[in-house]
Structures are given as C-alpha cells and as structure tokens.
Unconditional design. Sequence first.
Length: 260
Amino acid sequence: MKVALFVASTIGCVLLVLFGTLAAGQLAGGSPTSAALLTGLGLFVVCGGAIWHGFLRHSSNAPAVANDLSELSWTPEARAITSRTMRKVGLVVAAALLASLCGFGSTHAGLPLSEALASLSFYLQGVFLAGTFATVIATYPLGTALREASGADASRHRVISKVVLRGKDLPLDADEELGAARMAAVAPVVLPLLNFSFGYLFATLLTQYARFVAEHPADPFITVLFAVLVLTIVVGIPLLARQIRRARRYASDHAALLVG
C-alpha cells in the first residue's frame, strides 16, 4: 500500500467513525450513549478491517523483485521498511481512535449539536496528533538513510543530493556516482516516509481551523494562516513527486552500477 493511500484511508476512517458516533448520539432517543458507542465500535471494526485487508492484500500481491529498472527501489527490503512503518503508525492511530470514540461516545455524543461538535473537534485533533507524533518517531531512523546510502560526508552529500533530487549536472567521481545511484534507489522509499507525518499534521490543523472559524468567523488572521498552509501543501506535493521521479530516473540510468 502506498504511503499517500494509507494516510488518506486512515484519516477517512477516523472521520467516518467519529462522525458516525456523533450522528448516532444525536439521532438516538432514550439511550444516546449506548447507540453512539455501538455505532462507533461497529464502524471502527468495519473500517479497520477494510484497511487491514487492503494492506495485507497489497503486501502479498507485490512482486518479489522489480522488473522495471525505474522501480529499482521497490525491493523486498524496501517493502519491509514501508510495511513496518505503516504498521506501527496504523496501530497507534487505531488505539487513539478507539480511545477517542469511547470517550466521545460515552460523554459528549448525545449533547446538543453545537457542544457535541466542539467536543468532537478536540477528539479529532487528538487522534491526528497521535498519528503525527507516531510517524515522526517511526520514521526518525530513516533520516540518515539517504546520507548513509550516498556514503559521502556532509558537503559532498549535498552535491550528490542536488544531482539525484534536483537534476543538477555536477561532476562526481566514480565512488560518488555509485553513492548517488544507491541514494537514488533508496530515495523513492525514504522520501514519502519522511513526509508521512505532514498528512496527519494537515488534518490536525484543518480540524483546528474549522473550530476557529465556527467560534470566530470574522477573524481574517486564521484564514490567512490556513491559506498559507494550503499553499505549502499544494507546492510541496508536486515538489516531492518531482524529486522521486528524478531519483527513479537516475537509478534507472545508472542501473549497471547497482547490479554490476
């Protein structure tokens, strides 16, 4: 399962479960707590099972060895790194979601709608923050992966990074070319994982923005901050995708160094 799909599906699961819990609490008659908890737990099981099934199916159907030289990074070792990272993050998000739906369903889901929505925003932020911190911690060891792959010191690593990720035509010696090829093979796996946390962070800030707008609809400062956030995401995603494409192209062009 690709990192972006995993982030989107888990965020969607969180929203569906907690808003489903809210809806059940609002629509229930005499026992809103029981209805909210039962609905939330049912949605949690269904959504969690669907994500886990998709995760396992993708892992089992993935080819053992990449046949396309532009996908040299997609080796069994790379798949293991990606799967382990997403599994750790998924478990943390699931635990935070379960705790949130139990807390929200048993205390706030049956309150008047405005109060319930205000409470729900805090529970949503809690889950998304848990996902943010989990991804930062889980991917922290990967921060040195590109540097180790290039096998160069800090100054030369910056040069190699410009060649691999920015497409610069800079002179490299034989050892640096090999390091650049290794870095190019690792980058398509490491870069999405290192940017994993921004999806949950964006969801956290979006939830907070929605609450601020509801409480202070005339505050332009919050809108400006959110616009800057959206612009950062809009610019950052294509930039990351372009870096990954350049790394794959470099790995493909220098495949002989990696397999020879």
